[in-house]
Write a protein that binds this ligand. Structure first.
Ligand code: SF4
Length: 74
């Protein structure tokens, strides 16, 4: 069965996307840029319990990050 609840770092999809609950833990990832967090990612849904579209709407840390980060449209 698919995992539910808050996304954990050791889940298959989270590992595939290098998700970390604390963005600074991604500092060695070449895709990571300081200041990029779930909070300013286009896939973050703050009005839906801090869910992430890419994780089926499950909750992520607003200060987290993953390799699918893309900026919110201005
Ligand atoms: Fe966070 Fe965006 Fe990755 Fe979702 S896609 S986990 S909101 S960085």
């Amino acid at each position: 069965t698919a995992p539910t609840g808050e996304v954990e770092e050791d889940e298959t999809q989270a590992k595939a996307l290098n998700y970390v609950r604390k963005a600074s833990d991604a500092k060695d990832n070449p895709k990571y840029k300081e200041g990029n967090t779930c909070n300013n990612c286009m896939f973050f849904e703050p009005t839906k319990n801090n869910g992430c579209t890419l994780f089926a709407g499950r909750r992520v840390e607003q200060g987290g990050w993953c390799a699918a980060w893309n900026p919110k449209p201005a």
